[in-house]
Design a protein around this ligand. Structure first.
Ligand code: GDP
Ligand code: MG
Length: 208
């Protein structure tokens, strides 16, 4: 009986330096800011609780600590992740071109069933400084990651709620794929049931 459990999922943020990864995470989290430093590996994660499809989920959102400038992340960064946010800056063709190396990184480090969302940031600058047309990005994402991979254009600076939509979409996809295991099966440690509240009667993700 896992009806009132919270699922925990690991989400990694990838993309070149300066595209706005940290700004996106901070924008999304800021209402319930909860930083967690893991200084030994030079990365950190923040957590966000949300309820999707009657399922309580705690997202563990991993942001880099600048290692992206070396074009490769420590394996620890990816380990156990169920989802990845791939970010580029729509005012920088260079950051868009560099997505390719991040996708290669993902392919090297991750399993096939990873939930991937592509995010073009700095939409507030699109009118004056856009370098990456939406159609170019759409064509690339469809070709390289498949037509089902979502692509969002957002502004971490002037967000209108789209950033929340991204994480909702991602969480919905995770819940749908049921990429988690009950507490008594700990082989996939980052997507486990982390708490039970007997008084809460909400149905969670088809466990009943
Ligand atoms: P990271 O290196 O990918 O983590 O990028 P940061 O979050 O540190 O952002 C890099 C720079 O871009 C900073 O100067 C941010 O203020 C700026 N920035 C981030 N997001 C946006 C955005 O949506 N619009 C604009 N205009 N600037 C942004
Ligand atoms: Mg950063």
């Amino acid at each position: 009986m896992y009806a009132s459990s919270t699922l925990e999922a690991k989400v990694v943020i990838l993309g070149s330096q300066g595209v706005g990864k940290t700004s996106l995470v901070v924008r999304y989290i800021s209402k319930t800011f909860s930083p967690n430093s893991t200084s030994t590996i030079g990365a950190s994660f923040m957590t966000k609780k949300l309820t999707v499809d009657h399922c309580k989920v705690r997202l563990q959102i991993w942001d880099t600590a600048g290692q992206e400038r070396f074009r490769a992340m420590a394996p620890m960064y990816y380990r156990g992740a169920q989802a990845a946010l791939l970010v580029y800056d729509l005012t920088s063709q260079e950051s868009f071109a560099e997505m390719h190396s991040w996708i290669e990184e993902l392919k090297r480090n991750m399993t096939e069933d990873l939930v991937i969302v592509v995010v073009a940031n700095k939409l507030d600058l699109a009118q004056t400084r856009r370098e990456v047309p939406l159609e170019q990005a759409r064509e690339y994402v469809t070709r390289v990651l498949g037509p089902e991979t979502p692509l969002y254009e957002v502004s971490a600076k002037d967000d209108d709620g789209t950033i929340e939509d991204i994480f909702l979409h991602l969480t919905h996809a995770l819940v749908e794929r049921k990429q988690y295991l009950p507490r008594d099966r700990k082989r996939q440690p980052t997507m486990t049931i982390v708490e039970d509240t007997p008084s809460n009667s909400s149905l969670c993700c088809g466990y009943l």
